[in-house]
Design a protein around this ligand. Structure first.
Ligand code: NAP
Length: 310
């Protein structure tokens, strides 16, 4: 049996930073890249709030740099998705698309996934006018009219990005007050291409005869009044849920499925550490995820030392 010291699940800022620190501690970590290589930052454009980049850095480029830095110190990267995890076994067992791995320590850095509205039409029209990623799909709506659902920073960011490509961007928000940070609100509110449809919920996505989005039916959340808005694209930006399905029932999580960590990055199972968005629904920033990835590697190193043999 090939026994690893540390297997890291996930390749966002948390996973790569954990890998960087663990590899520099000579622990030869193996990082399983997961369903979305590079994590959520690969679906964003300019990142302006990651320290040391005074002119900003593109999300995919930042993740590429993190990967290279982790690899430079000996992190091995497995371009697969973990398909099963057994936290009851010692060593821990991870299956990754047919390959079985054994590890003394696991670092969970699987991140979070965008939420959807829950409409049948949304699933059916995903990729046919419905999207959760403006950076990925905005180009398809060049000079067309689109809407963005949500009132948080993600919705503002998506709207601002789309305003550079599209002829009109309507932000659909269920309340009359945005949740987004002041600076993002101000930018979006001042943008002439962006308009706001307040107190509105998307009740239905309307499609044409070729099964592509042609509009949305809105319901006023206060009056119940309905109205239709013609558009070509609908971007959903209403938050995220943690990627913890593989671990369900195996360690302590909150009611939303975020892993509960204590004393740094310790989970309810000794030897299992969690970092990044999978255990953080408050800060959710690349820099906080990276910081907690560092903590997870240091916690893991101490755990292995205490166990002996690290
Ligand atoms: P968020 O802050 O949780 O905001 C989600 C938004 O979606 C809220 O306005 C919420 O409405 C709305 N919403 C939720 N469920 C909905 C539903 N079923 N139907 C309609 N609307 C719904 O999520 P986020 O914008 O993804 O941001 C997450 C975190 O990342 C935040 O901490 C944010 O600051 C950070 N972030 C930062 C940046 C940046 O600084 N550049 C960019 C992106 C994200 P209510 O307001 O009514 O609850």
């Amino acid at each position: 049996m090939d026994l690893h010291n540390i297997v890291i699940l996930g390749s966002g800022p948390a996973g790569y930073t954990a890998a960087l620190y663990a590899s520099r501690a000579n622990l030869k970590p193996l990082l399983i890249i997961g369903a979305q290589p590079g994590g959520q930052l690969t679906t964003t454009t300019m990142v302006e709030n990651y320290p040391a980049f005074p002119d900003g850095v593109m999300g995919p480029e930042l993740m590429d740099l993190m990967r290279k830095q982790a690899e430079r110190f000996g992190t091995r990267i497995l371009n697969r998705e973990a398909t099963k995890v057994d936290l009851g076994a010692r060593p821990f067992v991870v299956e990754a698309e047919g390959e079985t791995l054994h590890s003394r320590v696991l670092i969970i850095a699987t991140g979070a996934t965008p939420n959807l509205l829950g409409l049948n039409s949304e699933q059916r029209l995903m990729g046919r006018g419905v999207s959760t990623c403006a950076t990925c799909d905005g180009f398809f709506f060049k000079d067309q009219e689109v809407a963005v659902v949500g009132g948080g920073d993600s919705a503002m960011e998506e709207s601002l990005y789309l305003s550079k490509l599209c002829s009109k961007v309507t932000v659909i928000h269920r309340r009359d007050k945005l949740r987004a940070s002041k600076i993002m609100q101000e930018r979006a509110l001042a943008n002439p291409t962006i308009t706001f449809q307040w107190q509105s919920a998307v009740e239905e996505i309307l499609e044409n005869e070729t099964n592509e989005v042609e509009g949305i039916r809105l319901k006023n959340t206060k009056t119940g009044e309905r109205s239709d808005l013609a558009l070509n694209g609908l971007f959903i930006a209403i938050g995220h849920r943690p990627n913890t399905a593989l671990l369900s029932g195996q360690l302590h999580m909150d009611e939303q499925g975020y892993i509960i960590t204590e004393n740094g990055t310790k989970t309810s199972i000794p030897g299992v550490f969690a970092c990044g968005d999978v255990q953080d629904h408050v800060y959710r920033q690349a820099v906080t995820a990276a910081g907690s990835g560092c903590m997870a590697a240091m916690d893991a190193e101490r755990y292995l030392e205490a166990e002996g043999g690290a």
